[in-house]
Design a protein around this ligand. Sequence first.
Ligand code: DGY
Length: 320
Amino acid sequence: MKVFINKNIPEAGIKLLQEKGINFTINPTENVLSREDFIKICQEHDALLNVGTNKLDEDFFNQCPNLKGIALFSVGFDSVNIPSANSRKIPIGNTPDVLSRATSDVAFLLMQSVARKSFFNHKRILNDEWGSFDPLSNLGQELYGKTLGIFGLGRIGFEMAKKCKAAFGMKIIYHNRSHNQEAEKELDAKSVDFETLLSESDVLSVHSNYSEENNEIFNKNTFAKMKSNAIFINTARGKFHNEDDLFEALTNNIIWGAGLDVTNPEPMKADNPLLSLPNCCVLPHIGSATYEARNGMAVCAAQNIIALFENKKMPFCVNE
Ligand code: DGY
């Protein structure tokens, strides 16, 4: 059995694979492989440890009939066509929990960056526009006692809610398919319908798993239902929001600001109009980019691969 790792991962994961005597190849180039080359190499391997957003769709599975399992280097598994994997009984592993703190830290950071216009104010210095103290300029808003609305309260959303409650005494509402008992008990979080989430959130933070049914659910119509002081935060997937509609909502003061760690599409180009707005802060998908989280992800991915080789159930399997 041979594993293909399409991009180097932290040593912690590599060491685990070596200790178990797993036979693996790491993509020797720094470059992202073309789809054609990626598929060609996957055809010669039994398992894939996949870093990044390669589309693992029906066509991919058709072309790689030898694959027996895939360990993703991510918690999100929207890059995989799960029914295609299921029909071939291919287990798909992900990396839950280990990045919840890091990703929610970025949501929290963006929330405050937008509330206090930090990116915009930083640009003022770079542009030599600091000027003199003005009691009426560059005012932000405080978050104390405001309402945090979470779209998709799972592990990452829970961490975000905990921080917002502890730091600002924020009231927590959330919209999920099912109740999050832990959040209700520990944080007094209230489950609400989507319309209420839109109309009552001062900060609306997206933490859901992406699926087609929620494609661009944050759009012209839904932004219009939000408060004019609302801050929209997305650290989950860019496909949850429509970027043109967000630009319009931000320029017409339909909502107050937005903080994005994910864009639609990615990567965002430097001339994207959102980057010119004073009320929008954008980061290049760095939610899990800490030593701690990335080491944890490497370990989870390696554990999934090892289980596959030992004919056991992957410890972090999304489809079995
Ligand atoms: C994840 O783990 O899903 C992060 O978004 C990194 O891709």
